[in-house]
Write a protein that binds this ligand. Structure first.
Ligand code: HEC
Length: 89
């Protein structure tokens, strides 16, 4: 994944892959990579495009949610994509 992402990030002139985009680190509080909260799926290792698509659906109210709908509304499409690319690493 990193091999695919890095050229994309460089092409888009985005910040370094290691640098969390605004809001991204909060995601991991609930979506823990170590599965501290097993009821909430981990995002690591998933496809960034799938995460961005889920965020879009939450934002537009097309995906059932208890809280992600409200949370996703706080991010634009571009911000969601940047966050998605970061949280899957
Ligand atoms: C307060 C806890 C919490 C935070 C913070 C949080 N999530 Fe979630 N997330 C959930 C819960 C709970 C669900 C299940 C859907 C629901 O009930 O809203 C979920 C579902 C998802 C899903 C769908 C997963 C799947 O496999 O169906 C994605 C993608 C997702 N979150 C991405 C994110 C991103 C990106 C962020 C950071 C911007 C984030 N979440 C922040 C709790 C959280």
């Amino acid at each position: 994944m990193r091999a695919v992402l890095l050229p994309l990030l460089l092409l888009s002139g985005a910040a370094l892959a290691e640098q969390a985009p605004p809001g991204a680190s909060t995601c991991l509080g609930c979506h823990s990579a170590t599965r501290a909260a097993p009821a909430i799926p981990t995002l690591r290792g998933r496809e960034a495009a799938d995460i961005a698509a889920a965020m879009r659906e939450f934002r537009e109210g097309r995906r059932p949610a208890t809280l992600m709908d409200r949370l996703a509304k706080g991010f634009s499409e571009e911000e969601s994509q940047a966050i998605a690319a970061w949280v899957v690493r």
